[in-house]
Design a protein around this ligand. Structure first.
Ligand SMILES: CC(C)(COP(=O)(O)OP(=O)(O)OC[C@H]1O[C@@H](n2cnc3c(N)ncnc32)[C@H](O)[C@@H]1OP(=O)(O)O)[C@@H](O)C(=O)NCCC(=O)NCCS
Length: 270
């Protein structure tokens, strides 16, 4: 399919754009055709200018357009990848087994996680689940990305977003990386893309992250990207048979936008 780079428009337009893109895919998918280049150009320009204009364009060619103009449901169907300076974030595929096994099987990776180092069968099961985590359309859903470091041509880790609350516009982020690729800022770069996606595309107000209090690299990462430590819970949960301490971090939409206004990833339809 024709590739089109789309940069999210201004503040507050993200959720609207996600819906527009999904509707466009649905419209052309149902017709069994691909949008002609000229159509893509028009819609792309309208998206840059204003989502309502793009919405009107799409509505003009869709009989029985189901949603009234100006009503946007925050939801996300990223059937595309996200490019950051060094990384490509894309949905997991069954072919990612070896790269996933390389880190999910390591005890040092699982040390502060809620799961133990996985054997091959467990990684296959995790990969099946992660391959399906491709949309946020209900509270509790996880959207998971395989993180490809383009220089290595490998999946070096995973990042994700969880939709915590529609009413309160809250989400959570999480990340796990292969230790062979730690210490280069790759996890930081991928997690920054998650914040941009959550705030710009989902229209969230607050994004949280949490880690075991002994997981210093994870805490440092969240502090590096501007998240604030809001809680240090003592023995609030039992992890791997032991009482654990948990740190909770968070950042608000305006704090993120003030900090990294240029961090918006390019989104590719295709
Ligand atoms: C949490 C985790 C992803 C952090 O990995 P990481 O390698 O420290 O994170 P990054 O890839 O962002 O690299 C940051 C480190 O590289 C350094 N770095 C080098 N180049 C950098 C760059 N261009 N940008 C940012 N940091 C850079 C930073 O200084 C930092 O090192 P420091 O923490 O010693 O100061 C990793 O420890 C991990 O996967 N752990 C196992 C799973 C896990 O516990 N996940 C978290 C669950 S809550």
């Amino acid at each position: 399919m024709t590739q089109m780079a789309v940069r999210p428009a201004g503040h507050g337009d993200g959720a609207a754009m996600a819906v527009l893109l999904a509707e466009m895919d649905r419209f052309y998918g149902a017709a069994g055709t691909e949008p002609p280049d000229e159509r893509l150009r028009q819609i792309s320009e309208a998206l840059f200018a204003s989502p309502p204009a793009a919405y009107a364009l799409l509505a003009s060619e869709t009989p029985g357009w189901p949603v009234s103009l100006g009503y946007y449901r925050p939801m996300l169907f990223p059937g595309h990848s996200i490019e950051t300076p060094r990384l490509t974030l894309r949905p997991f595929t069954p072919g990612d087994f070896d790269d996933l096994y390389a880190y999910q099987s390591r005890p040092d990776v699982a040390r502060y996680l809620h799961w133990d180092a996985r054997d091959r069968a467990q990684v296959r099961q995790a990969l099946d689940r992660q391959c399906g985590e491709t949309a946020l359309d209900a509270e509790g859903d996880w959207l998971t990305f395989a993180v490809v470091w383009r220089e290595a041509g490998k999946v070096v880790g995973e990042v994700g977003l969880k939709w915590l609350s529609r009413e309160h516009r809250q989400g959570e982020t999480g990340f796990v990386f292969n230790p062979d690729y730690h210490g280069r800022g790759l996890a930081t770069e991928a997690t920054e893309a998650m914040l941009t996606l959550g705030f710009d595309n989902m229209g969230w107000h607050r994004i949280t992250g949490s880690c075991d209090a002994r997981n210093h690299p994870s805490a440092r990462l969240m502090e590096r990207i501007g998240m604030r430590r809001e809680a240090h819970f003592i023995h609030n949960q039992i992890v791997k048979g032991e009482w654990a301490e948990e740190l909770v971090y968070a950042i608000l939409d305006h704090e993120w936008k003030a900090r990294r206004p240029s961090a918006a990833p390019y989104r590719h339809l295709g």
